[in-house]
Design a protein around this ligand. Structure first.
Ligand code: PLP
Length: 404
């Protein structure tokens, strides 16, 4: 008899943001007068920078003429974009990454959820707790689960590395040995960053035990402090133990445009097998290339005009981050993040759980945030606010919270 993939049935409840959406819709229906400010989902709000719009328009024109029309893009990405990334992103930082080690895609979410396909079904994953839910859910869909503890919201086969105020929201090396280690810095949801020395420890550890680090650097453009690595390849030895995911979503406002890339160095092996050709095979078989128009827009991100306009865009969001962080501190909250990341992580006051605080904030201040428990057990009693709103709304939201 035909059966569905039973692993999908193991996935608990609905996805965090659909639960939030449902609650907000219900609240709005009951309180149509409520002027709700959304600082929950990590989606950008500023329009595309002029340099990007110009590149898109230029590429659209090219597609409209027989001489410059393009069909399928190369599976792994156009040379012009891969070469630009290798030179202006990696070489400029002193990282040794070649253009043909870069795989262009439609975004980091697809890649960081699909990457597990090239590893054995029995491999053991380690994730930070709290965690971007995609890492765990994609592994659950692939059957790397064990049993689920609904109370703790954990899978017995997954190694959870708590990131709490006690360790500065940076994971410690795990006691059990993982095969794949998901790290995301600057971090979603905690907004924490990691120093180069601390990341070097992870690289040394992974090389020592033969694990692969899956490094999600989707928020690198938000790093404002010295000594924080923008890429894992700034660390010595990362070429033999790390895959890096990058996204244009938050550094260039591409959440609705869709573009990202993954780096797999040719030196990287697992069990003596090079991973680069495996991912090239997977990508080439299941993905038909990011659109030409979008890749030209990606190239414009690295142009002089693009860079300066995007610096301003990031600065706009980081001004919001500062407003939230300082405002919450003034109001007596315990707050972290918001310095090298567009996320502010706060402790729910008065012993409230994170969903209790969600309801409280929605009801009393008409503000939507994200309950920390949706990101894992160590997120319980925490709450995430994002800097991606407009400045005006951010200021209004903080005034409301202060007035509570
Ligand atoms: N990785 C992290 C940690 C994220 O927070 C997000 C988006 O919120 C993504 C990846 C997804 O990036 P993309 O829009 O490129 O798919």
């Amino acid at each position: 008899m035909l059966k569905v993939n039973q692993n999908y049935l193991k996935l608990p409840g609905s996805y965090l943001f659909s639960t939030i959406g449902r609650k907000v819709r219900k609240y709005s229906a009951a309180h149509p007068e409520a002027d709700i400010i959304r600082l929950g989902i990590g989606d950008v709000t500023q329009p595309l920078a002029p340099a990007i719009v110009q590149a898109l328009q230029g590429a659209v024109d090219e597609m409209g003429h027989a001489e410059t029309f393009r069909g399928y893009a190369p599976d792994l990405g156009y040379e012009f974009l891969r070469e630009t990334i290798a030179r202006k992103d990696y070489a400029a930082r002193g990282c040794e990454i070649a253009a043909d080690e870069i795989f262009v895609s439609d975004g980091a979410k697809s890649d960081c959820s699909n990457i597990q396909e090239i590893f054995d079904a029995d491999c053991r994953i380690a994730v930070c707790d709290p965690v971007y839910p995609v890492y765990v859910d994609s592994n659950v869909m692939a059957g790397r689960t064990g049993t689920y503890d609904p109370e703790a919201q954990t899978w017995s086969d997954v190694i959870y590395m708590p990131c709490t105020a006690e360790n500065g929201f940076a994971p410690q090396l795990p006691q059990q040995q993982p095969d794949l280690i998901y790290l995301c810095f600057p971090n979603n949801p905690t907004g924490a960053a990691i120093t180069k020395e601390a990341l070097q420890e992870w690289v040394d550890y992974a090389n020592r035990v033969g694990a692969v680090i899956l490094y999600d650097a989707a928020y690198e453009a938000y790093i404002s402090e010295e000594g924080i690595p923008h890429s894992i390849y700034e660390c010595e030895g990362a070429r033999t133990c790390a895959i890096e995911f990058r996204s244009f979503s938050k550094n260039a406002g591409f959440t609705g445009v869709r573009l990202g890339f993954t780096v797999i160095p040719k030196d990287l092996k697992a069990d003596g097998v090079a991973l680069h050709p495996l991912w090239a095979r997977r990508h080439g078989t299941k993905y038909n290339g990011a659109p030409y128009i979008i890749q030209r827009a990606g190239e414009a991100v690295y142009s002089e005009a693009g860079r300066s306009q995007l610096r301003e865009q990031v600065a706009y969001y980081m001004k919001n981050a500062r407003t939230i962080r300082d405002g919450l501190r003034d109001a007596g909250y315990t707050v972290s993040g918001g310095v090298n990341a567009p996320y502010i992580w706060l402790k729910a006051p008065n012993g409230m759980t994170s969903w209790e605080f969600f309801d409280y904030l929605l009801d009393r201040a008409h503000i939507v945030g994200t309950p920390g428990s949706g990101f894992g057990p160590s997120g319980e009693t925490y709450f995430r606010l994002t800097a991606f709103g407009t400045y005006e709304n951010t200021v209004r939201a903080i005034e409301r919270i202060k007035a509570l």
